[in-house]
Every structure is written in structure tokens, then in C-alpha cells.
Design a protein around this ligand. Structure first.
Ligand code: VG1
Ligand code: CO
Length: 565
């Protein structure tokens, strides 16, 4: 039977440029006539998906079900042979990456704006992933953007919407459709990576001393968390909260940090919970937070890299190499150095890790933005990181020591061996684009003229003094394919190894967001008191100096950041 392919005339929209991770805009922008259709057709014009299999997933946010139907209508008209879709349009970002790899799909389209709020007045997003399961590299996203600028029509096969709730095999015009369980394959993946038996027995033996709480933040990970923490690891149902995915994330901001995951933080403190964890809207981020012990993402990946080979079965044959995004602290480098591993530094965004993983150079990597992962897939993976921590803690307690090794003890032990990079990020969200540009231009002028080099900057409140060693723009050449990405952040390095980085966000949907990253290293010889300081205290002087040098308050007209992590 042949199906009629209809050609629909359209005009280009400005600004359909994918950012750090896909195209993210307000829902109202996507709802404009032909806007979503244009972008989806531009994806098909940039890839060769004819007779191929495509995966469709997402975090279930508002406007997702409609968009799946749009993809079916346009994709079938563009010759896609088969679609694999998560039930009710739900597949977490890591789960989708796994499905693309496991079923050898050509690629996937993920409907998510990650940690950005959802609902009719908030954000929607579309992201294209390639056959290795990772976000499309810049040469593909650039091509998509180019196509959006000249598009004049898109193709559809007009058929009634497919029911996304029923599992099984169906047809949509000439294309086959398989609707799969959103959770099953992902749980199997984690069971093959971690020592579930060890974790389960540790949790059972320490029920009273080691309480666990996972917060899905009304995002996509609730069902994954329930399947793993309750069904597989035997924890009580009460150890999972906010576990039903909602189209508007319950009105919250599904970003697992100390500001937005306050419900978790409050319950951890009130109920003496030893191990709390949360994940973001689409399930690729994670936060680890136990009573009185917050793990910065930069420390988290360093600790996972430190313990992996010994504690986690997936890594028993060795870790191939490690990596961090440029703004992420150097903690993982200290681990790599001691273990003789290569440590790569890539620009912000998970897409830059994929090539290194495909080339067998990289096993474990992370970003300061609550992203941690490994080469088991090609996205960062929130639930993976949480189970990795449980696996490490279970292993650290395998001989039932008289005092339980918790998050705090593990961190302390780590700092005593490697020293500690104090790290913090200040976000100035939705500031004026002109102000942000002035800030960038000012630092750029310093970089070109070298005018900050060797200048001394004293902190009024702490008396510390910082001398500028160098200033630079971070450019990256991919060691595998030689592609170059320029201007990935401005770095001010100081003589004592401290560092301040400025970057504009590539995931915001309105105005500009400026990120300031500060890092200061303290060696093990400084002693327990220095190593154990509160992050804000450890960084106070450097932050003062960073604000003064950049004239940030003046350019942005903001006294305080929106979020501190
Ligand atoms: C932010 C983070 C970055 C992360 C990206 C996507 O980007 O800083 O580290 O990879 O979000 O995360 P930006 O350009 O706004 O700084 V999410 O959980 O999409 O997936
Ligand atoms: Co995310």
C-alpha cells in the first residue's frame, strides 16, 4: 500500500541553532505554526535516515506527546523504516542512549530541555543523537542550523495519532513502530555494570545507620529509581520521592543542586539520611548529598575514578582514561596522575567526550554541572552515578568496619591523599545580553593585551593575595578527528594554581546566562583543618578577586548570583 506524501510550504525561522545540548526554547516558540516541523525536517535534511531505525525518547515534558506524532508524520514521509519509542514518549536521556546502542539504531530524537522547567509557559527542547548514542557533534548540529535558514517546505504523511501508551509493534504508514518499556533495558544495563548483590547486602545490613533517599524531582527518573532502588535493591518504597514524571515537573525546577533540590536536602537533614541523591528532568544529572555532606560533582567523578577498578565490576579490567570538561575542577587529574592514566580536558557539553570513548581512550568523565558518566553509554548518567556511589560505599564497608564509612569519611580520606580543589560556580541567569557581551569583551581585551599578567590582587576580607599567571581563551582540538572548537571559555590562571573561568551558557532559552567558575587547590600537607573547610570559606578571597577583576557587578547590574553551586 502506498501512502501519500504531502509537501507543506513553510518559511525559515531565525535562531534555530542547537546550543550546548539541542534546541531549547519556550514552549510557546515551538508552538508557532511550522516551527517544530521546520526543525524536524531540517534534522532529516541533514542526516540520511532513509530505511533506517530511529529512537524517540524524552523526559515527558509538556508538548512531548504532540511532538512525537509530528516526528512520526515527518519521519515516515522521509523514509524512516522503523521507530523505537519509549512508552508514553518517555525514555530518560541515558536510557535513550542505551537503546540507540543496544538496537544499533541510526540515531535518536530526544524531546527534552533537561533541567529547564517545563509546562505551557516554560521550556521545550529537541535534541538529535547519532548512532554511538551520543549528542550529535558540532558538524551535524551546524548542518541542521544551516538547513533551518533556507527551508521552504517539509514532508508529511497525514495519519491519525498513534497511541503511545500501548506496548508492542505497530505501523505508521510505511514505517514500523515499536513501543517499548521505558525502564527494562536500562535496569538490565546497570545490573551488568554494578555489584547489585554487594550493594543489596550492605543496605540490608545497615538499614538503621544508612538510610537512603532518592528524589526524582518529578522528572523522568522516578520509574527508573523505583525499579532499581526499591524493586532490585530492596529499599522501602519511602526511599523514593517525587517519582512520578509530570509534564511540568510539579511546577519546580528539575535541577539537582542545593538550591532547587531543597526538598531532598531538608528531608536528608531532618530524617538523618546518610545517602540522599537526586536527578534532573531528563535523568542525566545527579547530586549526591548525605546528612552534613555534600559532594561537589568535580569531587564525585574523581572519587568514582579512584575506586572504579577495585569496586565496580564493569571496570575490573582497568580504566582506559579519564576526562573532565574545562570548567570542572582538576580533582580528577590528581587521581589520574597517581594512577598513571591519561586525563583529557574538553569543552563544556557531553558531545565532546564521545569521540574519545569511541576511540577507546576514555572510561570515566564528568562535568562540574552535576554530570557524571562512563563509556557504558554516550550520555552522562544520573542514576548510574548514584548507583556507582552506593557500590563504592558498599565496597568500602565490605569488612564491616566498627565505624561505618559514609560520604563524609570517604571524602576526607580522598582529600588526605590527593589534596582538595575547592570549587564553586556562580550563575547569573537571564541577564541582559549586552551586559554579558561587555563582560566578555572586557576580559577579551585583557587577554589580547596581556594587561592582567603579573598583576597582584588582594582580598580585603581574607588578606590573601593572588598574582595573575596568564589569561586565555580555551580552544579545543579533538585528538581523534582533529576538529577545532574555539572560544569555549575565558580562563584567568593565578600563580598558586587557582583559576577563574567565565563562560556564557548555551542552554538558556531567554536573555543570557553568565557562569563564573572558581577553583583553588589545597595540598594534603595543609592539614585536616584547611582541607576540611566549608567551600564558601575556602574560596572567599578568590571570589572577591574574581568579581573585582571582571567588574561583573558593574556590567551585569547584579549584586548576587541567581544560583551558587
Ligand atoms: C550546561 C552545563 C553543561 C551541560 C549542559 C547540558 O550547559 O554547564 O556542563 O553539559 O548544561 O546539561 P551551559 O552551556 O548552559 O553551561 V543538561 O543536563 O542538558 O543535559
Ligand atoms: Co539533563
Amino acid at each position: 500500500m502506498s501512502f501519500q506524501v504531502k509537501k507543506i510550504s513553510t518559511k525559515p525561522y531565525d535562531g534555530q541553532k542547537p546550543g550546548t545540548s539541542g534546541l531549547r526554547k519556550r514552549v510557546k516558540v515551538f508552538q508557532q505554526e511550522h516551527y517544530t516541523e521546520n526543525f524536524i525536517q531540517a534534522i532529516f535534511d541533514s542526516i540520511d535516515a532513509k530505511d533506517q531505525t530511529l529512537v524517540i525518547g524524552g523526559d515527558g515534558r509538556f508538548f512531548s506527546p504532540e511532538t512525537v506524532q509530528t516526528i512520526l508524520r515527518i519521519g515516515s514521509a522521509n523514509g524512516v523504516a522503523k521507530f523505537i519509542i519509549g512508552q508514553n514518549a518517555i525514555l530518560s536521556t541515558p536510557a535513550a542512549s542505551n537503546i540507540i546502542r543496544k538496537f544499533k539504531a541510526y540515531g535518536g530524537i530526544l524531546l527534552t530541555a533537561s533541567h529547564n522547567p517545563g509546562g505551557p509557559d516554560n521550556d521545550f527542547g529537541i535534541k538529535y543523537n547519532v548512532s554511538n548514542g551520543g549528542p550529535a557533534p558540532e558538524n551535524v548540529t551546524d548542518k541542521i542550523f544551516e538547513k533551518t535558514k533556507t527551508i521552504s517546505s517539509y514532508k508529511v504523511i497525514d495519519l491519525p495519532p498513534l497511541d503511545l501508551a500501548k506496548l508492542g509493534n505497530f505501523e505508521f504508514g510505511p514505517s514500523k513502530v515499536e513501543i517499548i518499556d521505558s525502564v527494562k533495558d536500562y535496569v538490565e544495563l546497570l545490573e551488568a555494570i554494578f555489584d547489585f548483590k554487594l550493594i543489596k547486602s550492605f543496605l540490608q545490613a545497615n538499614q538503621a545507620k544508612f538510610k537512603v533517599l532518592f528524589d526524582g524531582m518529578h522528572g523522568v527518573t522516578g520509574p527508573y529509581g523505583r525499579a532499581i532502588f526499591v524493586d532490585k535493591l530492596g529499599l522501602p518504597a519511602s526511599s523514593v520521592q517525587n517519582a512520578t514524571p509530570l509534564p511540568d515537573f510539579g511546577g519546580g525546577h528539575p535541577d539537582p543542586n542545593l538550591t532547587y533540590a531543597h526538598e531532598l536536602v531538608e528531608r536528608v537533614e531532618a530524617d538523618d539520611i546518610a545517602f540522599g541523591a537526586a536527578s534532573d528532568g531528563d535523568g542525566d544529572r545527579n547530586m549526591i548529598y548525605g546528612k552534613g555532606a555534600f559532594v561537589t560533582p568535580s569531587d564525585s567523578v574523581a572519587i568514582i575514578a579512584d575506586w572504579a577498578e577495585e569496586a565496580i565490576p564493569y571496570f575490573k579490567n582497568g580504566v582506559k582514561g579519564v576526562a573532565r570538561s574545562m570548567p570542572t575542577s582538576k580533582q580528577i587529574e590528581y587521581v589520574a596522575k597517581k594512577k598513571g592514566l591519561s586525563c583529557y580536558e574538553v569543552p563544556t557539553g557531553w558531545k565532546f567526550f564521545g569521540n574519545l570513548m569511541d576511540a577507546g581512550k576514555l572510561s570515566i568523565c564528568g562535568e562540574e554541572s552535576f554530570g557524571t558518566g562512563s563509556d557504558h553509554i554516550r550520555e552522562k548518567d544520573g542514576v548510574w552515578a548514584i548507583v556507582a556511589w552506593l557500590n563504592i560505599l558498599a565496597f568500602a564497608n565490605r569488612d564491616s568496619p566498627s565505624q561505618l564509612v559514609g560520604i563524609k569519611e570517604l571524602l576526607q580520606k580522598h582529600y588526605e591523599v590527593y589534596g582538595r580543589s575547592f570549587f564553586s560556580r556562580y550563575d547569573y541567569e537571564e541577564v541582559s545580553s549586552e551586559g554579558a557581551q561587555k563582560l566578555v569583551d572586557n576580559i577579551n581585551a585583557h587577554i589580547t593585551q596581556g594587561s592582567l599578567k603579573s598583576t597582584q590582587h588582594a582580598s580585603k576580607s581574607t588578606g590573601q593575595s593572588f598574582a595573575v599567571a596568564e589569561t586565555l581563551n580555551f580552544d579545543y582540538t579533538d585528538p581523534v578527528d582533529g576538529s577545532v572548537s574555539r572560544n569555549q571559555g575565558q580562563i584567568i590562571r593565578f600563580e598558586d594554581g587557582s583559576r577563574v573561568v567565565f563562560r556564557l551558557s548555551g542552554t538558556g532559552s531567554q536573555g543570557a546566562t553568565v557562569r563564573m567558575y572558581v577553583e583553588r587547590y589545597v595540598a594534603p600537607s595543609a592539614g585536616a583543618v584547611e582541607l576540611g573547610r566549608d567551600t564558601a570559606e575556602g574560596l572567599k578571597g578568590l571570589i572577591e578577586v574574581a568579581l573585582e577583576i571582571s567588574k561583573l557587578k558593574e556590567f551585569l547590574g547584579r549584586e548576587k548570583p541567581t544560583v551558587i553551586t
